[in-house]
Every structure is written in C-alpha cells, then in structure tokens.
Design a protein around this ligand. Sequence first.
Ligand SMILES: [Zn+2]
Length: 118
Amino acid sequence: MSEGIEMSVEFSKAEGREPQGLKDAGHHILKCSNCEKPLCDIWVIDPNAQITEKYWANCPYCGDKSYQQQISGGVAPGGYARPIDGVSNEDWPLLTLIEDYLYPEDGSIQLKIIKNRS
Ligand SMILES: [Zn+2]
C-alpha cells in the first residue's frame, strides 16, 4: 500500500466517510467578476452527494463580487493558494481566507473572503 493511499484512508476515518467515497473530483476557483482575481477554491470531495448549491464570493480587492457558480456534490471550500512551479501544493501561499459563510435570501451561499495577512 502506498503512502498516499494510507493517508487518504486516515483522512476518511477522520471525516467519518467510506474511503471509496472520498476522491478529488475537481476544484472550482471563484473569480471576481470585475477585477478577475481568484477569490477562493471550492474543492468537490464527494461528487456522489445529492447536494447542489450556488456559491459566490465577495472580492476583498476591489469590493465587487464573483458570479454565482452552481456546484454539485459535497465540497470543502478554502482560501485561494497561488501555485508555484516546483513547490508542493501544501506549501503554496494562501492569498485569501474564508472568514464566514452567509446565506442570502435567494438561497445561495456567500463565502465571505478576506485577504490573508499572515
Ligand atoms: Zn475584484
């Protein structure tokens, strides 16, 4: 068994999921509709989950916001990390953080984004 498989099984136990139900089904990067900066990364970790939501984010750079993006499945939203060639993605610096989740009356989910100052 490879190290990567062992790690994913451990993670699955921690999340209370069956290992075969957890996989990388893709990342959705929400970008600002005005300045086009990447705002956050919504990672689909459970594509079989019967969940569809519309996500959007405010822009901490220009004050505008992203378009709404409809995403199906169980997700793990996070801040946006800028990729660096030759560097492991675990060490990519986070440029933004999700400070809060807001639920507007239209049924969408707003990710409240702030700049990462650390
Ligand atoms: Zn913007």
